[in-house]
Design a protein around this ligand. Sequence first.
Ligand code: AP5
Ligand code: MG
Ligand code: ZN
Length: 217
Amino acid sequence: MMHLIMLGPPGSGKGTQGEMVAQALGLPHIATGDIFRQAVKESTKMGRKAQLYMERGELVPDEVVVGIVSERLKKPDCKGGFVLDGFPRTVAQAEALNGILLGLGKKLDGAILLEVEREILVERLSGRRVCRQCGATYHLEHTPPGEPDRCDKCGGQLYQRKDDGEETVRRRLNVYAEEAGPLEAYYQERGLLRIVPANQPIKMVFADILRKLGRGQ
Ligand code: AP5
Ligand code: MG
Ligand code: ZN
């Protein structure tokens, strides 16, 4: 049983590591950004609303996100725990998560904070490519696909996220910087914050996370 959240700036590796940790522990990996991108793709009412914020690199309003997460965490696959990625992003969301978990009779086991300097984040985001079909994430230099623009896992086409353009990345990083301090303090005060230096190879970051969760060698 592990209820984890992944914190860290855009490009710090929340998706990459969240997926690996979830796999290793047999838990669902729940990313609010992925949920929104799916809703945008399907052009649902919520998706059309979220798109306006995402394209500008702004946060989707708390009440929208909280509602989605609250529904998602009630699903049966979350019974044994979960790895939440991209939520919470504000203290208001952190408090809402507390309430949701209380209602479900669960409690958080850890908040993993991936720390990476800003210049490296920009480089990671500009080189990122994502599979349109299965969502697998690549990096043109660090983890390139075998064939250009094709997913190794499913053969799907790779694309660049709309919000990975230079201007929007800058905005996203600034938005993160505004919210990060109070959010980190929130989990620090509760003894849940686990800081992981994430400017290392993917495997080493992963090993570090497992160690900090008491699951490593
Ligand atoms: P979201 O999708 O969550 O975006 P984000 O937080 O900006 O984070 P990213 O997904 O860009 O980065 P990541 O940390 O997952 O890095 P990754 O593993 O891909 O949110 C998008 C938008 O949705 C938000 O802007 C907002 O509008 C909305 N939203 C979502 N949640 C919300 C919420 N709770 N409240 C309000 N609005 C919300 O890695 C990046 C790249 O680096 C990849 O190419 C990867 O291959 C590479 N890489 C990863 N690790 C390493 C490594 N160790 N070494 C070298 N390369 C690496
Ligand atoms: Mg992500
Ligand atoms: Zn794929």
